[in-house]
Ligand binder design. Sequence first.
Ligand SMILES: C[S@@+](CC[C@H](N)C(=O)[O-])C[C@H]1O[C@@H](n2cnc3c(N)ncnc32)[C@H](O)[C@@H]1O
Length: 218
Amino acid sequence: MPAQHDIAAETELWDAYAASAFEDDAEPSFCWTQYAGHGPGPELLGEPRSVLEIGCGTGRSLAYLAQRGIAARGVDLSPVMVEKTTTKWAGTGAEFVCSEALEYLSEHKEVYDAVYSIFGAAWFTDPGRLFPLVRRRLKPGGVFAFSQPPAIPGAYGPQGMYKGGFAGKAMFTYRYSYRPAVWERLLTRAGFAVADARILGAPQPGHIGTLLVHAVTP
Ligand SMILES: C[S@@+](CC[C@H](N)C(=O)[O-])C[C@H]1O[C@@H](n2cnc3c(N)ncnc32)[C@H](O)[C@@H]1O
């Protein structure tokens, strides 16, 4: 049976995450990996004039880009998170929209120089549905880039994930894991001209690395 996304339930899960993960004193920053200052920076996006972040969470990277003159919009499923980011980053020019990513990409016809996700919606949505939608929302030569943890060997496809411990209300979502070669195949199948997926090692040997994916439209 395929993954059974229940968007209302996932929204509740991410609202709970927002309540604990958002830091009022956060500063704008841009990092693809889970290790501050490690790995490439926003140059992976090229030199965009407009970007869309899908699953933008705390909004720190959008605030960083907006402060550098880029038209920066983010979509996130959690109304709690979007309320917090809209207030927190109001002075930067970044714009935050509360929406499910697939729905937003289907319904809004605006196109961008780059679409990206940092441990965001590209991790939590079916790539078979997401990638063709992202491709349509990019200008020619536009960049799609995302990062997330690498797959655990042998555990591929949608992976069910409960919120918090294993007691209490059953809140779950799915995250999607594949080997780099499979990510590349999914992207070229969705019409991207170039696709590169690789695993960047952690700063410390034996620690969890980061899957980094970069694709360009024809
Ligand atoms: C791990 S957090 C994001 C990390 C983000 N880069 C940050 O710095 O906070 C994942 C985010 O993706 C959002 N999300 C998950 N599934 C989504 C979907 N289908 N559409 C839009 N946003 C989604 C969640 O609400 C959450 O804020």
